[in-house]
Design a protein. Structure first.
Length: 212
């Protein structure tokens, strides 16, 4: 079943919670971008203490664009609202240990891959992950243009692993989402398409309708 995940990229707590509460209870899962300024040339606000002080109707998934995703996983051990953790194959970590740790916490584990990385880098973990998130462009900033080669690699992943859950991030909007869906993607992370719209919730519903 296709799913739109509003992607939250925020520099301050006020921006974070204002974006979250636009879609809390509307989208089943919210996609939280966590950036450390080292893995990507941008930073985002993320504070586990503040998160623990709020209750959410929607679940959260963390997209860890950081050098040390294991540190974030340990910080989030008590956060029940987090249902899925995604980190990058490009992160210098033990990916098998990450898979074990995330699963042990009762969460789904996903691995993301940048356009600059070959599919061979992710192949040892494809059958172990709950999701592979394909980036439509190099990550770091919202509103980047979709690179068409990213669609080819999604299609290749889907062809070789038809049961694999595929997500897609960057370049998801009303003009591209149907084309992306045709490659086998079922989870669509949308940031600028929603938050730059005059009515973000109305745009969310529009994207849902396109996928039906």
């Amino acid at each position: 079943m296709a799913q739109i995940l509003p992607a939250i990229l925020a520099q301050t707590s006020d921006e974070f919670f204002s974006k979250v509460f636009v879609f809390d209870g509307i989208a089943p899962v919210l996609h939280i971008d966590v950036m450390d300024g080292n893995f990507v040339p941008n930073t985002t606000w993320f504070d586990t203490i503040s998160l623990n002080e709020h209750s959410f109707q929607s679940k959260l998934e963390l997209h860890l664009m950081v050098m040390d995703p294991m540190d974030i996983v340990h910080q989030c051990e008590e956060l029940d609202m987090i249902s899925r953790v995604i980190w990058h194959i490009e992160s210098p970590v033990d990916h098998l240990e990450m898979l074990r740790t995330v699963r042990h916490s009762g969460r789904q584990a996903g691995i993301a891959i940048n356009p600059s990385s070959t599919l061979e880098t992710i192949s040892p973990f494809v059958d172990l992950a709950d999701e592979v998130l394909v980036m439509g462009s190099e990550p770091g900033f919202s509103g980047k243009t979709l690179e068409t080669r990213a669609l080819d690699r999604v299609q290749e992943l889907h062809m070789h692993h038809p049961e694999l859950v595929l997500g897609f991030d960057i370049g998801v909007n009303a003009e591209t989402i149907q084309q992306i869906q045709q490659t086998g993607v079922t989870r669509f992370c949308a940031a600028s398409a929603l938050f730059r719209a005059k009515n973000p919730v109305e745009m969310y519903r529009k994207l849902e309708q396109i996928l039906k």
